[in-house]
Design a protein around this ligand. Structure first.
Ligand code: NAD
Length: 293
């Protein structure tokens, strides 16, 4: 990414959009949104606001008082913000996490655009989710958002794998909700069951890695190391975008997988979905790709 440009476009009319998170300084979101706003000549400014869980309630009151148009939300606030909002979208009912809040004349609505971003990254590559079976590794923030959106978008079956770690109990709950509220059949398996993993991938059209395995401090590692578990017609979606090519994507290349995507598309399209909700406008995707990729 190039230098952050100095903006000269803020006036007395400019509307505010914030990002509430801590830590926050590493985020690409302010650059992405401000560049898109500038390109389209929209009179908003997007600012990073260092807000931890202790100051979240005051910060949300502040957003209302100062009539922010909305905000993005990241760690540690994605779950904690829900009781402070007026409404949430259907994907939030499933994920229990919010990454985008829109303020419509004092009514705050929470959305979760990470799963929407992943689904669009797939569809932009011509990958159809409706009616397919997907294997997903990971049930943290990204994995939960993806399984919820895939179910809402009509995936027929989801085989979800996670370690029996601190994410397990919430995953059990999410899978139960998906099975109750959507027509998708979701099943949670222990990642330790490698025979099951092999069988489920063999039966899936898409494999998604939504764990941190493959990025620092686990860079160079992959949950899949046996090339026999992949095949050329299996679509691979890696949520990680740094590094651009993870060990899983290298393996996919060796096997000759025709579609193997890193997480840059998901990152861009989750931002675009938030941008649309804030401004009503489509983010200029090709321009953003030139700038960010
Ligand atoms: P999180 O902390 O909420 O969840 C981490 C997940 O990784 C859990 O499922 C955990 O069980 C699993 N995990 C961690 N270490 C593991 C190991 N050694 N073996 C097996 N499983 C392990 O994190 P998150 O926010 O869900 O992020 C997950 C990944 O997705 C990260 O790499 C993150 O960079 C990426 N991500 C990408 C985007 C995007 O827009 N492309 C958005 C969000 C997250």
């Amino acid at each position: 990414m190039g230098k952050i440009p100095v903006t000269e476009r803020v006036t007395g009319h400019t509307e505010l959009i914030g990002l509430l998170a801590y830590p926050i300084r590493h985020s690409m979101s302010p650059t992405m949104h401000n560049e898109a706003l500038k390109k389209l000549g929209l009179d908003y400014v997007y600012v990073a606001l260092e807000v931890d869980s202790e100051s979240l309630e005051d910060a949300v009151k502040g957003l209302r008082a100062m009539r922010f148009r909305g905000c993005n939300v990241s760690m540690p606030n994605k779950q904690r913000i829900i009781p402070l909002l007026d409404k949430v979208s259907e994907e939030v009912e499933l994920t229990g996490a919010v990454n985008t809040v829109v303020n419509d004349n004092g009514t705050l609505t929470g959305y979760c655009t990470d799963g929407i971003g992943c689904m669009r990254a797939l569809s932009e590559e011509g990958v159809v989710v409706k009616g397919t079976k997907i294997t997903i590794l990971g049930t943290g923030g990204a994995g939960t958002a993806i399984i919820a959106q895939a179910a809402l978008d009509g995936a027929a079956e989801l085989s979800i794998f996670n370690r029996k770690d601190e994410f397990w109990d919430k995953a059990v709950e999410t899978v139960k909700k998906i099975n109750e509220k959507t027509s998708c059949k979701a099943t949670l398996y222990a990642l330790e069951d490698q025979d099951k993993l092999r069988a489920e991938i063999a039966d899936s059209a898409i494999l998604i890695n939504a764990t941190g395995v493959g990025m620092k401090p686990l860079e160079g590692q992959s949950l899949i190391t046996d090339p026999a578990m992949l095949r050329p017609d299996l679509v691979i979606h890696e949520c990680i975008y740094s590094p651009r090519e993870t060990a899983l994507l290298k393996l996919a290349k060796e096997v000759g997988c025709k579609k193997a995507l890193n997480g840059l598309g998901m990152m861009l399209y989750q931002g675009a979905a938030a941008f649309k909700r804030f401004t009503g406008q489509d983010m200029p995707i090709e321009y953003m790709k030139d700038l960010l990729f």
